[in-house]
Design a protein around this ligand. Structure first.
Ligand SMILES: Nc1ncnc2c1ncn2[C@@H]1O[C@H](COP(=O)(O)OP(=O)(O)OP(=O)(O)O)[C@@H](O)[C@H]1O
Length: 346
C-alpha cells in the first residue's frame, strides 16, 4: 500500500536519526543510520549478510538499546517508552516463535494472552487470524505437523494478535520454496492493504521488488541507497546485455576490454560473469548487435546473448559490488502438512 500521494505529511512509523549500535566486542554493526518510514508503507531493508539489518530491527523493536542516535517508533522513543513500542509493533523473527506442541489455534490464543488482548475479543481475533493466513482448516492440528510455509504463516498470525499498526518481518521467507513464498507474499500484501506498515528484511531481491513501495540498502552498517524499486533500477543506468562466451577467463577478459572500449557505449559498466560478460549501458538495445559483430571480428565466439531491463540484482551488484548471498534459495519445502513431526524441516 503506497502512502497517500498528497502534500500532507504522513506521520512516521519509524523515524531514525544518527543510529549507531556498537556490540560489546567493539563491532560497529550500525554506523550512523538515518531513515524514515511513513505509516502505511511497505518498506524493504536490504543488505548482504552481516550488513546490520537484524541489529537495526532489534533496536527498532526495543530488543537492543542504541549506542547513540534518536529512534522513534510509532511516535515513541525507544529509550524512554519501550513498552509503548512493544505494545504497538509485531515482530516476526528469523526463527519462528510458535510452540510445536500446541495447535494452530492454541498458538494464536497463547499469543493473545501474552499480548494482553481482552478476553472478550479473543475468539473473534483467533478466527479472523486463522482465516487471514488460511489455516482455519487445520486450526486443531499441532504446529509440529505443519510444513515450513504453514509454520511461517502461523508465526505471522501470532505477531498480529494485538493488531499492531507496524510489523517487522525479518527474512520471513528464507528457506521456503517459491510456492510457499508466493503465498506468504499474499498475506503480507493483505496485512499492508489493511493499513499496517511493514518493515521487511529479505535476501530475495525479487521479493523486495514484488512487495515493497520503497527500499533502503545497508552496507557495513550504513545506508548506501534508497528509493522505490523502479527508481533504484533506473539508477543502474540503462539496460543490460548478458553475453555468453565460448572459452575461459582469458576470453572473458578480452571480451570485457573490447566492450569497455566500444565507442557506442561510452557510459557502459562491464562485468565478467561465470559464463561471459554483462554490459550495462543506455544504448545497449540499439547497439548490442554491433558489439556482437566486434567480438566476432576479434575471433571470439558468442554462444548466447540476451538484452533485458535491469533487475534489483543488478542494482545490488552496482551498489555493493556483490550479489546477495541467497544460497538457501534452493531449499525446498512443500505446502502440504508433513505426516510426522520429524519430516518437517525448518
Ligand atoms: N551479538 C553480537 N555481538 C557482536 N557482533 C555481532 C552480534 N550480532 C551481530 N554482530 C555483528 O554485527 C554485524 C551486523 O550483523 P547483523 O546480524 O545485524 O547483520 P544482518 O544484515 O542482519 O545479517 P544476516 O542477514 O546475516 O542476519 C555483523 O558484523 C555481525 O557479525
Amino acid at each position: 500500500m503506497s502512502p497517500p500521494n498528497s502534500t500532507e505529511t504522513v506521520p512516521a512509523a519509524v523515524d531514525v536519526e544518527g543510529l549507531e549500535l556498537v556490540y560489546g566486542d567493539g563491532t560497529a554493526a550500525v554506523d550512523g543510520v538515518d531513515m524514515t518510514v511513513p505509516e502505511g508503507e511497505f518498506f524493504g531493508f536490504l543488505g548482504p549478510n552481516g550488513a546490520g539489518k537484524t541489529t537495526t530491527i532489534k533496536v527498532l523493536s526495543t530488543l537492543l538499546g542504541p549506542t547513540s542516535g534518536t529512534v522513534h517508533v510509532n511516535g515513541f522513543d525507544v529509550r524512554t517508552e519501550p513498552r509503548k513500542i512493544r505494545e504497538t509493533i509485531g515482530y516476526m523473527a528469523q526463527e519462528t516463535s510458535i510452540d510445536p506442541e500446541l495447535t494452530a489455534e492454541e498458538n494464536i490464543r497463547f499469543a493473545c494472552e501474552a499480548y494482553g488482548v481482552p478476553r472478550g475479543d479473543r475468539d473473534q481475533r483467533v478466527d479472523e487470524l486463522l482465516d487471514l493466513v488460511d489455516l482455519a482448516d487445520v486450526a486443531d492440528k499441532r504446529a509440529e505437523e505443519f510444513s515450513g510455509g504453514m509454520k511461517k504463516r502461523l508465526d505471522a498470525a501470532t505477531a498480529l494478535v494485538h493488531r499492531p499498526p507496524l510489523v517487522f518481518l525479518d527474512e520471513p521467507t528464507t528457506g521456503l520454496d517459491p510456492k510457499a513464498r508466493n503465498r506468504l507474499w499474499d498475506y503480507f500484501r493483505r496485512i499492508n492493504d489493511r493499513g499496517t506498515t511493514i518493515f521487511l528484511t529479505t535476501q530475495y531481491l525479487e521479493e523486495a521488488d514484488q512487495l515493497c513501495d520503497r527500499l533502503a540498502v545497508i552496507l557495513d552498517g550504513q545506508i548506501v541507497a534508497d528509493g522505490s524499486p523502479s527508481n533504484l533500477k533506473r539508477r543502474v543506468g540503462g539496460d543490460v546485455l548478458d553475453l555468453e562466451l565460448d572459452g575461459g577467463v582469458d576470453v572473458r577478459a578480452r571480451a570485457a576490454t573490447i566492450a569497455r572500449e566500444f565507442e557506442a557505449f561510452p557510459d557502459a559498466t562491464v562485468d565478467e560473469t561465470d559464463e561471459g560478460i554483462t554490459v550495462t549501458a543506455e544504448s545497449v538495445r540499439q547497439h548490442g548487435t554491433d558489439l556482437l559483430v566486434a567480438l566476432r571480428d576479434a575471433g571470439l565466439t558468442v554462444v548466447g546473448f540476451n538484452i533485458r531491463a535491469p533487475t534489483l540484482d543488478d542494482v545490488f551488484l552496482a551498489i555493493t559490488g556483490d550479489t546477495v548471498d541467497a544460497e538457501s534459495t534452493d531449499a525446498v519445502e512443500d505446502e502440504t502438512p508433513a505426516s510426522t513431526a520429524s519430516e518437517v524441516s525448518q
